[in-house]
Design a protein around this ligand. Structure first.
Ligand SMILES: Cc1cc2nc3c(=O)[nH]c(=O)nc-3n(C[C@H](O)[C@H](O)[C@H](O)COP(=O)(O)OP(=O)(O)OC[C@H]3O[C@@H](n4cnc5c(N)ncnc54)[C@H](O)[C@@H]3O)c2cc1C
Length: 456
């Protein structure tokens, strides 16, 4: 362990020794304007109201009919869109990012693209090619928006594989991967070679059309990774549903085999691990060890997992054993174990191992900061934090002010595309929206304080 234990703001050893936890008490709200706080309070209150989330798409359609698209659009821009989305144009996104940077936070751009399996337009090769261009532009923006001259000021962006390849193909590949004795045709190395050479793979169990789509998808993934590497942008690949995750992980492993070699200075391609799945700790341990043995750098975005309701519904539908942890406490224990595993690996392997603690949970964030201190992991080293734009600013701001590297995941794009996407995400994350009560209370207290003109 080469790193020295640094004196940390808020964590530095007091005279009695020991560790002092960060305070997530809304003290850092003084950095924000009153209008911003009032909007956050109102929007988060509305989001915690279940009928609005359930009927969000219908409410949007009604408001357009009653108020007209201009007025309803203006209302959305002043509320939900303004709270959770960076904007539409490069200028708007830049403005949002500059505000974040002034608060000590960094951008993690996310293109909110979603395939619609029933739409022929949104499953066509042309649609995926269009998404490729959007992703390449996202790489450029991610690069331009962060000054990477500082030690840990890496440019990161999220990559959703299903924007570049069809869910149907991922489903078929995943089913194949999970069969015993299926491995040789589908090794990461074979895919990596096909990605780079552009030569057709011709998998025996796919149709000619599917093989063609696979090759086109591999080439799109390769182009994004190649461009990201050239622009010094790290790609954080999102995890999605368990019926497609094995294929997504295979794509990540193929990209990692090429772009996470130590001489590249990566990891440039990271995978996401969902702690709400029962097998995640074992998988994380196995993958970390495999990367180490192969001499590859290893990057992890650690999340609890966003698709709880759908996973449970699918399990019930197919009468399978539930792959999701039985309750919230079990998910939190799993998150804590995965966090410990990764922090230990970071402390052992240093810059070859990177971790994003992607959580709004105060306990998880506290555990991470405490263990970083105990293991001597520097604040501006390979561990960073991630939260969604417009959520849990009391956590993000406190971390940022204390010198930790914090990214806000920011979707951007036009209102018509992003609002339905946000509503679907909100529907999948009801438990999270219900859980923002503490943030609402802190926002309310700060607004009262300002209204009464009291000192902080
Ligand atoms: C930067 C960033 C990137 C993300 N990327 C991804 C991604 O790629 N893929 C993805 O799936 N998610 C992703 N998420 C979302 C993430 O998985 C969580 O849904 C979200 O962050 C809420 O978890 P939490 O730790 O922040 O908060 P908490 O409020 O502490 O946890 C809520 C979570 O606990 C779990 N949970 C709740 N109730 C139960 C229950 N009854 N049984 C079992 N588990 C339960 C669920 O996972 C739920 O989302 C991302 C989040 C961030 C901030």
């Amino acid at each position: 362990m080469l790193w020295t234990r640094l004196p940390l703001y808020g964590l530095s050893k007091p005279s009695t020794g020991g560790w002092k936890p960060l305070l997530f008490d809304g003290g850092a709200f003084h950095l924000k304007g009153t209008a911003e706080l009032a909007r956050a309070w109102l929007v988060l209150r509305l989001c915690a109201w279940p009928p609005l989330v359930t009927h969000g798409l219908a409410v949007q359609a009604w408001s357009q009919r009653l108020l007209g698209s201009r007025l309803s659009g203006a209302l959305l821009r002043a509320s939900f869109y303004g709270q959770f989305v960076a904007g539409e144009t490069a200028e708007e996104v830049r403005g949002c990012v500059e505000q974040l940077k002034a608060l000590g936070l960094l951008p993690l751009l996310a293109v909110p693209t979603e395939e619609e399996p029933d739409s022929t337009a949104k499953t066509s090769e042309a649609w995926y090619e269009g998404n490729l261009n959007t992703m390449l532009r996202c790489v450029d923006w991610s690069r331009a928006l962060v000054d990477t001259s500082g030690a840990a000021r890496n440019s990161l962006m999220q990559l959703k594989v299903t924007a570049l390849t069809s869910i149907q193909l991922c489903k078929e590949l995943s089913a194949w991967i999970q069969r015993p004795a299926s491995s040789s045709e589908l090794s990461p190395e074979r895919l990596a070679e096909a990605m780079e050479s552009g030569k057709n793979l011709q998998l025996s169990y796919l149709s000619a059309e599917q093989n063609h789509h696979l090759q086109a998808s591999l080439s799109r993934l390769h182009r994004v990774a190649q461009h990201a590497r050239a622009q010094h942008v790290r790609l954080l690949v999102d995890a999605e549903y368990t019926f497609i995750n094995p294929a997504l992980s295979l794509f990540v492993a193929a990209l990692a085999a090429r772009w996470n070699r130590p001489e590249e200075g990566g990891p440039w391609v990271w995978n996401t691990y969902q702690a709400y799945l029962k097998g995640t700790h074992t998988r994380l341990e196995r993958d970390a060890e495999a990367a180490h043995r192969a001499g590859l750098a290893f990057g992890v975005k650690l999340v609890r997992g966003a698709y709880l309701d759908k996973e449970r519904a699918l399990t019930q539908l197919h009468g399978k054993e539930d792959c999701v942890q039985p309750d919230y406490e079990a998910t939190s224990r799993s998150y804590s174990r995965c966090l410990e595993l990764m922090l230990r690996r970071v402390s052992q392997h240093g810059p070859l191992c990177h971790l994003m603690v992607a959580s709004h949970n105060e306990e998880s964030v506290r555990q991470a900061t405490k263990r970083m201190w105990e293991l001597g992991i520097p604040l501006d080293g390979p561990v960073c934090f991630g939260q969604l734009l417009g959520m849990c600013d009391h956590v993000s701001l406190a971390l940022g002010q204390a010198g930790y590297v914090v990214y806000k995941s920011i979707p951007y794009g036009c209102l018509e595309e992003v609002i339905p996407y946000l509503i679907r995400r909100a529907q999948e994350n009801r438990s999270v929206l219900q859980g923002v009560r503490r943030e609402q209370a802190l926002l309310g207290r700060e607004l009262w304080r300002r209204l009464l003109g009291r000192k902080a």
